[in-house]
Structure formats: C-alpha cells, structure tokens
Design a protein around this ligand. Sequence first.
Ligand code: SAJ
Length: 455
Amino acid sequence: MDAAASNPALVPEQPAAAVSDLVVLGLGYVGLPLAAEAVSAGLKVTGLDVSDRVVDGLNSAVSHVDDLSSEDVDRMLERGFTATTDPACLAAARTIVICVPTPLSPEGGPDLGAVTSAARSIAAHLQPGTLVILESTTYPGTTDEVVRPLLEESGLVAGADFHLAFSPERIDPGNATFGVANTPKVVGGLTEECGEAAAVFYGNFVDTVVRTRGTREAEMAKLLENTYRHVNIALVNEMAIFCQELGVDLWDSIAAAATKPFGFQAFYPGPGVGGHCIPIDPNYLSYKVKTLGYPFRFVELAQEINSRMPSYVIQRAQELLNESGMALSRSKVLLLGVTYKADIADQRESPARPVARKLAAKGATLSYHDPHVESWQVDGVDVPRSTDLDQAIAEADLTILLTDHAEYRPKRLEEYARLLLDTRGVLRRPDPEAGTAAVPAQARRRPRREGIQVL
Ligand code: SAJ
C-alpha cells in the first residue's frame, strides 16, 4: 500500500469541504462520546445514524446520551461536527468507525443485523486508503469473517486497498473518572499495517493505545473483560444466597477480603445484572464456543445464577413481610431505584423490571422512586411514581432498594422505613450525612434494627 493509503491522514485530497477525518456510524452512548473526543482533538467529524430523531436532535444541539450534555453537543457543532442520515458522507471519510448495537438475537447469539447493514452502507461508498474500524462488541472472528467480505463487495481488498481493524468500546456510562481519552484503547488490525493505521488514528485523542496480534485477540479481550465481571458477580450472588442460610454476613466478608492488596477484586451481590454489556457480551462468547460442539459452562452457569436473583429478592421480601405478619398480596411495596446501576438514567436490562413483574404477579401494590426516571412502565402498565422520598418510604409496608443512587443514604432509609430490604449493601457503607468517615466495624456487621435486612 502506498504512503497515502498506509496513513489515512494522507489519503488523496478531495474537496476540503467534503472530506471528514472521521465518520462515526452509530451515534449512541458509544459513538457520540467518541465523536466528541475526536472533535475536541481538532478532527473534522461527521456523525452518521439511521435515526432522523437522533440526527435532527444532534444538529439542534440536543443530547440523547447520559454522558454528554446538550452544551457538549453545541460545542461539537461549533467545531464543525455535523450529523446526517445520508451514507454518502462515507465516500469522503478518511476513517470510518462502526459503533452500532449488537443486541442478543432470540436464539441467544449476537444479532449482527446493524453491523452487516453498516458494512453494506460503507461498501457502497468505500474509497481506497480509508481506515474502517469496528467497535461494536461481538464474537471473535466477526471483523474478519463477517465485516471484511461485506466491505470487499466494494471491489476493494482489505489490507491492500483499505485498512480494517477492531477496537472494543470501553465506555462506562456515568463514570466520571474514565472517558474516551484516558481509557486505554485496544486495537487489533487485519494486518500489521491496518493495526498501525488504527493506532495512529486513535493516537490523535486517546492517551494510550494497546496493540493486539490481530482482530480476534481484540474482539476476545473485550469479551474476557466482561465475562470476568459477569462470572464474578454470579459468584457473589450465589454466595449471598447460601451465606444468608449459613448466617454469614457476606458483605462483611467481602469488605475483609477487599483489604487484600493483591489478587482480589471485590464484587457485590445485587438483585440481578443489568446494562448493555455484562448480561449480553458473555453470550457472544458462549455462542462462538458452542460452534466448537461444547458449551462455555462458566457463562451459562453465571447467566442462570444472575437471572435467578430477581426471584431471590421476592423470596427475601416475602420472608421479611411474613416476619411482621404481613402478606405480600396485601402490602404496599416501594421500589427504590429502577435503573441498572447507580446515578444514571439507563434502564437497559435492569433487574428492577423482573422484580416488579414478580411482585405484581403476587398481588403487591407497587410504587417506585427514582430521581433519574420520570415515568416507568412494566409490561405496559404504569407504576405509580413517588416523588417525596421520606414520605414514600414511611408509607410503604416494605421498601426494596434496588439501585444504590447517591441520595439513598443509610440514615434516611433507616429513619423512615417500616421494613427495608437493601439489595445493594447501602447500609454497609459510610454515611456522609451521619458524618461517619467509615462505618464502625460492629455497625457494619449487623442490621441496625429489626425489619431491616441486606441481601
Ligand atoms: N453489578 C453487581 N455487582 C457488582 C458489579 C456490578 O451486581 O459487583 C451489577 C450492576 O448493578 C449492573 C450490572 O452488574 O446491573 C453491570 O454493572 P457494571 O458495573 O459492569 O456496569 P456496566 O454494565 O455499565 O459495565 C461497564 C462495562 N464497560 C464496558 O463494557 C465498556 C464494564 O466493562 C466496566 O467494567 C463497567 O462498566 C464498570 O467498571 O463500571
């Protein structure tokens, strides 16, 4: 490949107005922050999305992503960012990054529909010397076996006429510490030159780029990262169930184990595993392993344990009510926090929904409180929203804390709750309001009064 093709920045000049350093295909929670970072680094960026609503919103400086404000989008526009639904912009791109969703298919494998559609759009406009990078999470082999042939329908050859690489997205919604620029970027190229071209591209706005041997190793790195979390969350979830029966305070044991300065990372029990990554990604791996003729047992077992947690929460709720002579079917139950993790509005795969569904099926009268969720439906039915937290907790027969949003402080929960099931161990944490720098060990170890339990 000649010098121009080997470095996308040197691709033959086209009318300046048309050329984009970067076209981001898919403007969601992954694509938009990537576009924003590239704009901040001075790159000419065009966003491409199939949704008129997304494109029109962005061009009107309205953000639809938690991690970017509308002011951030306005600044992007001021620096030349534009969004479009017209794939013709791909013809004038030095680099194209695919950031489209890869949800699970009904069969439990990866639904690559958005990826293949994106690859076909690119193929229709692909120019020599372009760098194409897939960021969507998928099973090892996708870039080479699925995306590459579709791109080569353009008549161009990957690794010879254009560059092709995989780089897993590492966006952590709501993480105020790590963003695109300071999260190391793993990059795997179809060829050494492809990998180098992708590393040079990301080097424009990412502090650290980590090269792998090839695309498969980069695809696998992402799945390893998230399967590791999935399996370890399942481990503590299963331990939470038998520790309760053994009379062992698992939260105390985790806090003690976490003092080990090496060889241990704390994970915590919860009502289930939500989000766009952890409950989804490991299935891609088990899907690919199954093609070898045998199961990926760790993932299947973890999936079974984690998906069992909502039922376990119901069991504990029933026990707590029964201990007070109450039946779930005649109780008012308040759910605190319905998003999939703390202090964000994202509800994808949130365990709050299966918990609510099971409670409703047992006749409980439900309401919810969540500062990030204005309205909430379960199976099409509106769940009444409480806005006065203290009053809602005081009026509920049972409060179940499902998401540990910052405002759900131990002191407040204990002061007003009649019965409380804390599924996130909030009662095991220092309470800034109570002025305790750290929870005294003896206080941490036991619920402060009857009727209050931690999962
Ligand atoms: N969860 C537990 N116990 C734990 C940790 C998490 O029950 O100890 C639950 C959470 O409540 C949530 C789900 O698991 O429902 C997933 O939580 P998560 O902390 O893994 O958050 P995610 O889904 O946003 O994961 C992302 C991932 N980022 C990417 O894939 C780019 C993951 O790799 C990050 O490690 C994670 O953020 C993070 O560290 O926050």
